[in-house]
Design a protein around this ligand. Structure first.
Ligand code: HPA
Length: 269
């Protein structure tokens, strides 16, 4: 089975849940965010072609349901490159959503804060990214059915969607910062020297996800809104060692606020 057939099979099964035009990907520790009404659910393992998440805190489910009147697909948990999958496998879910008819992708993650003034618990709208994964999910034969060989990445994180998110945040009294996200392969956290280097390169946030999905989404012509929850100071910035527990603890603390933001935002997207 070639990769297009694999994506088509996944999309065929997902169509049993509905045909939403909006998808929300919930990352590390955020999988309880945005509960849906009247939902139908599939586990990753029940969707042919989908890889299976292997990390604690990433349960791996796809739901289609409603937020207000808006039908939305919510992916709870995700696949990371560091789990051992190839990048083309990491983006199978997003590409299947594209075939399903999804036009807008809201993507969330947990990150380490690099920029001065970024603190654990901050919610940050991603304005752009730097790909330090050492690969690109579009490598290999282009899937012409999904998009062009050389997709533009100039405004990968949609400025209008960011402006809308800022307005909704202001209405709700939720502060949203803005910053550039750098993706590293992981699973080891970065060294302090790497963080200093990334800061010099223009990165404000660091994490191990999101970039492959955003590349695949832009390839397929989707509009993207990226929201990051800063869970810790990036390596070397606090003098403390980094831990997955700290990441999970901060996302738990911020989940309700992110839920409130998304519940208000999603019907307007
Ligand atoms: N580095 C990489 N990924 C992360 C971090 C970090 O500091 N925090 C949460 N995800």
């Amino acid at each position: 089975m070639n990769s297009l057939e694999r994506i088509e099979r996944a999309a065929g099964v997902l169509a049993e849940l509905g045909r939403p035009q909006l998808a929300v990907v919930l990352g590390s520790g955020l999988s309880e965010v945005l509960p849906l009404a009247a939902k139908k659910t599939l586990s990753f393992q029940d969707i042919p072609g989908f890889p299976r998440p292997t990390v604690a805190g990433h349960s791996g489910q796809v739901e289609v349901g409603k937020v207000g009147e808006r039908e939305v697909l919510v992916q709870r948990g995700r696949i990371h490159f560091y789990e051992g999958y190839d990048l083309f496998e990491v983006v199978i879910p997003v590409r299947a959503y594209a075939l399903l008819g999804v036009k807008t992708l809201v993507i969330t993650n947990a990150s380490g804060g690099i920029a001065d003034g970024f603190h654990p618990g901050d919610l940050v709208l991603i304005t752009d990214h730097i790909n330090m994964l050492g690969g690109n999910p579009l490598r290999g034969p282009n899937l012409d059915r999904l998009g062009p060989r050389f997709p533009d990445m100039t405004a990968a994180y949609d400025p209008e969607l960011r402006a809308l998110a800022r307005r909704v945040g202001e209405q709700l009294g939720i502060e949203l910062k803005e910053g550039v996200y750098v993706a590293t392969m992981g699973p080891s956290y970065e060294t302090p020297a790497e963080i200093r280097a990334f800061k010099t390169l223009g990165a404000d946030l660091v994490g191990m996800s999101t970039v492959p999905e955003v590349i695949a989404a832009r390839h397929a012509g989707m509009r993207v809104l990226g929201i990051s929850c800063v869970t810790n100071y990036a390596a070397g910035l606090s003098g403390q060692p980094l831990s997955h527990e700290e990441v999970m603890e901060t996302t738990r603390r911020k989940a309700a606020e992110l839920s409130r933001l998304l519940a208000a935002l999603v019907p307007q997207l």
